[in-house]
Design a protein around this ligand. Structure first.
Ligand code: NDP
Length: 478
């Protein structure tokens, strides 16, 4: 049987684009369909714009730090529209690069939605059927908003980058990566941030000590973080709600100031499980993400979906239908861009290079761009001690740049070490640039370095990271 293409990729995000390009480089005839903008969540409404906003927000503290270091500087306001224009120009540039890379690799681009018709056929939005020997679904995920009264008034991380004006106040719901990162970003940009998390501590799944320090740091920077708290109900605020507000809405001359971007009286009234009722300029839900499988025709084609709607795949990213594969967030394995890229490369290696390659999901380093930042690789103390006896090497201190500037931020460096093998099972860092540090520590941990290997490494002085190789005595065994 002949097909129109050797490979048809649905989804132009990081994983899909990489798989398409690398497959085409093997000589395969490849097409890719994207219904929105090339680059996907990471480039258009995720990692990239988020990180640029992290950078933007970080400057607010630098005025004060610079003065502490002897500079004559006065604080200035943040101009959201200036930043936003530049941000979107950058995203356009990056999208252009993605497109050019595909073109240069001879991948045929379809700027349209495509769904799966049968194991070898996709249908584009204009009703065209296109056949392919292999179909790769890389459609990513989307933010989920809880089903509750008034939730349609809230926004998600998708909307943040498109706002006309920065809100004066915002309530963020959730305690995961996105909620905690945006709490820091918006706080740094001068927004009054309240965060509700329903559990006992934000960043569930990360090392307890590390998440505790992140939460403490976030509070010190001014985020009004409420744990064990959720939203019960929300609706458009009435003038009476706003007039009755003492917090959340700025007051001018004893009256509520007009809410930026909306007429006074059009903020969002929120009732919380702790009994409080307040008006916020915006409410943002960061309550998790769902795989983009709705209306894709996958189940009719025989592809198995899991309970969250994710595509069920084996170690080689192959679905129950041998000709259909899936990679990235749509498979809900590890929702991280570099993992989706790895999965795409392993797929090409397996299918187009005849070298069956399972994806290695072990010991993935990652960073949460909270303020303070968290970098992590391997097991948390809590996970490790369930498995085997461990020694915990840990230090928390005020780094010299913060001490000099008179800032209270503390840094955490922590190693979880196996008593039996001496291997470093986990490394957790809370510090400025923790993401950069964990990338490097991640190599050692992935290589199976022991505590003694860390000790044999000479410290780079004076740095924060030198503490990783100078912790002599375990703080505790567990
Ligand atoms: P997460 O799963 O990390 O967090 C979702 C949060 O929402 C949790 O705190 C969860 O609480 C809470 N929640 C879920 N449902 C409700 C509800 N009905 N009411 C109140 N709270 C609720 O998802 P995110 O959306 O933050 O991020 C998705 C994924 O994207 C992450 O898992 C991560 O892999 C990736 N990502 C990575 C980044 C990075 O690498 N820096 C940055 C951003 C995203 P509970 O803990 O109780 O379940």
């Amino acid at each position: 049987m002949t097909f129109d293409y050797d490979l048809f990729v649905i989804g132009g995000g990081s994983g899909g684009v990489r798989a398409a390009r690398v497959a085409a480089a093997t000589g395969a005839k490849v097409a890719l369909a994207e219904e929105y903008r090339m680059g996907g969540t990471c480039v258009i409404r995720g990692c990239v714009p988020k990180k640029l906003m992290v950078f933007a927000s970080g400057y607010s503290e630098m005025f004060e730090d610079a003065r502490a270091y002897g500079w004559e500087l006065t604080d200035g306001p943040f101009d959201w529209s200036r930043f936003r224009t530049k941000l979107h120009a950058e995203l356009d540039r990056l999208e252009g690069i993605y497109r050019k890379l595909l073109d240069g690799s001879d991948v045929r681009i379809f700027d349209t939605r495509a769904t799966v018709k049968d194991p070898h056929t996709v249908t584009t939005a204009d009703g065209r059927d296109i056949t392919a020997k292999h179909i790769l679904v890389a459609t990513g995920g989307r933010p989920v908003v809880p089903d509750m009264p008034g939730s349609e008034h809230g926004i998600t991380s998708n909307d943040i980058f498109l706002l006309d004006k920065m809100p004066k106040s915002i309530l963020i719901i959730g305690g995961g990566y996105i909620a905690s990162e945006f709490a820091g970003i918006l706080n740094g940009l001068g927004v009054a941030v309240t965060q509700f998390y329903r559990g006992a501590q934000i960043l569930r799944g990360f090392d307890d000590e590390a998440r505790g320090l992140v939460a403490e740091g976030m509070r010190e920077k001014g985020i009004d973080l409420h744990l064990g708290t959720n939203i019960v109900e929300m609706r458009a605020a009435t003038a009476a709600d706003i007039a009755g507000e003492s917090e959340g809405v700025p007051m001018e001359d004893g009256k509520p100031a007009a809410i930026e971007g909306k007429a006074a009286g059009h903020g969002i009234w929120v009732k919380a499980t702790n009994g409080t009722e307040k008006v916020y300029d915006q409410v943002m839900f960061a309550t998790g993400r769902a795989p983009n499988t709705d209306g894709m025709g996958l189940e009719d084609a025989g592809v198995e979906l899991g309970r969250q709607g994710q595509i069920v795949v084996d170690d080689y990213s192959q679905t129950k239908v041998p000709s259909i594969y899936a990679i990235g967030d749509v498979t809900n394995r590890v929702q991280l861009t570099p993992v989706a890229i790895r999965e795409g490369m392993a797929f090409v290696e397996t299918v187009f290079k005849g070298n069956p390659t399972p994806v290695d999901h072990e010991l993935i380093p990652s960073a949460v761009f909270t303020q303070p930042e968290l970098g992590t690789v391997g097991l948390t103390e809590e996970q490790a001690r369930e498995i085997e006896p461990v020694e915990i090497y840990c230090t928390s201190f005020k780094p010299m740049n913060h001490a000099f500037a008179g800032r209270s931020d503390r840094v955490l460096m922590k190693l979880v070490v196996s008593v039996a093998t001496r291997k470093v099972l986990g490394c957790h860092i809370v510090a400025d640039h923790a993401g950069e540090m964990i990338q490097l520590a991640g190599i050692a941990v992935k290589m199976g370095a022991t505590k003694e290997d860390f000790d044999r490494t000479v410290a780079v002085h004076p740095t924060m990271a030198e503490e990783l190789v100078t912790m002599k005595e375990p703080m505790r065994t567990a």
